[in-house]
Design a protein around this ligand. Structure first.
Ligand code: GLC
Length: 658
């Protein structure tokens, strides 16, 4: 799966050299292509960092034996890596930052909601290819408790495939087919917690002290009460508090998410080493990107909110540095849905720069897009983006408009104040707008996890339903339907063009509506995120030739935008996104450019009325150097007569500077 390096070498060498680049250099320098020799070189290259990170977490006086054990463990883990993947690792090192390529286009899916099981998914590869998808985030597929399991995020095992999805052989067959067809696979590593049925939890419940030490367990609630003073609640409606009393062992255990998800105790180095082994088993099944689930929560400290702590960063970098020695072709995605300034830190800072996670969710852009739709204005997006620190050159975003989770309203209060908005009232307005409390709003979402103690709430709903398609169809309102189609296309188009890996939630490409069937399922009805995890509608997909259908319009428009993205290197992420103010608060403009002077100017209107922008500055950027510029979306040259460019409601231009 050779992918040429998307950014010109000159550009990329300007950045600080991270360990991955050092490995590339080292493996190029040495003629020796024996994989064991390369492993030794990688270990030597990363060793001092591994040592530093390990002892920053585990005091040397107490844990020098554990460190020796880790050093012993790494070659053993490498020995378990299949030859085909070892070969691919070396090739990936050569290929460079494949994840920054414009050729990558992602889709997130629940296997059972897509096409039943792993074999079913394999069967639908042609559909993925037809749309242009070559990166798949498959939601958890390993064994989990019967009944509630947080969609598999309560894990009973890190590598046993749950039989409802098929067998391990089915998974291996699928990953090998993906490799043949040039499709990258992302799987979750649920690194923060296991289920209460995981073997360690079961042993702990039986009184085994060793395994009780794998979790945060307490004799009574004295220490838990100290933690609770500052810990927020993740699921306040269904799982209030952060500790659960377990009668079987008569102890309290930390359960930050659901009561059946026990937080792992990483202050114990044995936990780190066992989890590293689990991680390697997972990637050895053919995983290209590991989604580090809930990684902000990995380290806990009394008196703090126990998120984004410096020790959590050191721990993640330690995982990264060890995995890089064993499986250098695998990259990490940070699932940190936190403040923009905190997200950036998961790319690594200082010595860790570029050595923590290569990819992170662009949760900031996602939340700001929803704010812009509801307010029809883009000022908060501009203001907030100006506060996002630059990311390291070798790192990239996953850009998305929504995922399987809820949409949180994590805007910075001081910026809301600067815009003259009261943060509390503004959040209430957004919840009202999206969750059916305003008659005039086209959205049909629902409130998720409202916390009366803090007034916080989040939003659930499929993209199409949040953008008005459900209501438009129910009311047979052609204007609302057309508006929603335009919004669905524009929001996706922004994520395709922003720089990074776009990730479409399966079904959004055909405007799938909310799925209310979860209310009939006892194990799901208390979690309204299932509203936005609909079944893939293959009957509808069979009818996409009928161009008049809203679903067909969305599908064909996105398919075309994907094709355009893949054909134009300017879409590759070279850390070049630049926002421009136009003086019109309804408009968003950003530019992408590369060192070949190629440029792409994205212009979007978030208002329901046509808007105009003055264009002399666009000329200065060189877009008219060869006559009127072409809009890649409509494949037409744009004409500007009076010096003003008209942008229709929810229209998106992709102007090309050749
Ligand atoms: C992540 C997942 C979410 C899950 C949580 C706990 O945030 O995206 O779905 O509930 O982790 O594992």
């Amino acid at each position: 799966m050779a992918q040429s390096h998307p950014c010109p070498p000159k550009n990329s060498w300007k950045s600080k050299m991270n360990q991955a680049k050092l490995h590339r250099l080292v493996s190029d320098q040495f003629r020796e292509k024996d994989s064991n020799a390369l492993f030794d070189l990688r270990l030597t290259t990363n060793l001092s960092l591994i040592q530093h990170l390990f002892f920053s977490l585990y005091a040397e006086e107490e844990h020098s034996e554990a460190f020796k054990k880790l050093l012993n463990q790494l070659p053993k883990l490498f020995a378990t890596r299949p030859d085909a993947l070892k070969k691919q690792d070396v090739q990936r090192l050569k290929d460079g930052n494949w994840y920054q390529s414009q050729k990558i286009m992602g889709m997130q899916l629940y296997v059972e909601h897509f096409n039943k099981d792993l074999k079913g998914l394999q069967h639908k590869i042609p559909y993925l290819k037809e749309l242009g998808i070559n990166f798949v985030h498959m939601m958890p597929i390993t064994t989990r408790p019967k009944g509630e399991s947080d969609g598999g995020y309560a894990v009973n095992s890190y590598h046993e495939v749950d039989k409802k999805y098929g067998t391990k052989e089915d998974l291996l067959e699928l990953t090998s087919e993906f490799r043949k067809q040039g499709i990258f696979l992302m799987l979750d590593f649920v690194v923060n917690h296991t289920s209460n049925e995981f073997s360690w939890a079961k042993k702990a419940m039986k009184g085994d002290k060793k395994y009780q030490g794998y979790y945060y367990t307490f004799e009574d609630d004295t220490i838990p009460k100290e933690y609770e003073k500052t810990l927020p609640e993740v699921f306040p409606e269904t799982s209030p508090g952060n500790f659960t009393h377990i009668p079987e062992m008569n102890k309290w255990v930390m359960t930050v998410f659901n009561t059946y998800q026990w937080d792992l105790n990483y202050t114990n180095p044995e936990v780190f080493m066992e989890m590293l082994a689990n991680l390697v088993k997972l990637v050895n099944m053919g995983v290209d990107v590991v989604r580090f689930d809930a990684l902000a929560f990995l380290w806990k400290k009394i008196g703090t909110i126990s998120q984004n702590l410096p020790e959590a960063h050191n721990l993640i970098a330690l995982f990264r540095m060890c995995l890089q020695v064993v499986a250098p072709g695998v990259v990490l995605l940070a699932e940190a849905i936190v403040a923009p300034t905190d997200i950036i830190k998961y790319f690594g800072e200082d010595q860790k720069e570029g050595n923590e996670c290569e990819i992170a969710y662009n949760a900031s852009l996602m939340a700001l897009l929803w704010n812009s739709i509801a307010t029809k204005k883009t000022q908060l997006l501009y203001k907030s983006w100006a506060h996002v620190p630059p990311k390291p050159k070798d790192c990239t975003w996953i850009n998305y408009i929504r995922c399987h989770d809820d949409i949180g309203l994590g805007y910075e209060n001081n910026l809301l104040y600067e815009l003259g908005l009261n943060p509390e009232m503004h959040r209430k307005f957004l919840l009202d707008y999206y969750c059916q409390r305003l008659d005039w709003s086209p959205a049909t979402g629902q409130v998720f996890m409202y916390n009366p103690k803090t007034g916080d709430g989040r939003i659930t709903g499929s993209a199409a339903s949040l953008l008005g398609l459900e209501k438009g169809l129910a009311q047979n309102d052609p204007e609302m339907i057309e508006g929603s189609i335009a919004k669905i296309i524009m929001l996706h188009g922004i994520t395709f063009a922003f720089g990074g890996i776009p990730l479409i939630y399966a079904g959004d490409e055909i405007g799938t509506l909310n799925d209310y069937s979860y209310l009939k399922d006892k194990s799901k009805k208390n979690d309204s995120r299932w509203l936005n995890r609909p079944m893939q509608d293959w009957d509808m997909i069979a009818k996409l030739d009928d161009e008049k259908r809203p679903q067909a319009k969305i599908f064909h428009a996105l398919q075309k935008l994907i094709r355009i993205r893949k054909e134009n290197p300017v879409f590759a992420d070279c850390n070049d996104v630049q926002l421009y103010h136009t003086g019109n608060d309804h408009i968003l403009v950003f530019e992408r450019s590369n060192s070949k002077k190629e440029g792409l100017l994205v212009i979007c209107n978030f208002d329901e009325n046509p808007q105009v922008i003055e264009t002399s500055w666009v000329k200065k950027l060189g877009y008219f150097a060869q006559g009127d510029p072409k809009d890649l979306v409509s494949n037409k040259k744009i004409e500007i007569n009076s010096g003003l460019l008209e942008v229709l409601p929810y229209q998106m231009f992709w102007l090309q500077r050749a």
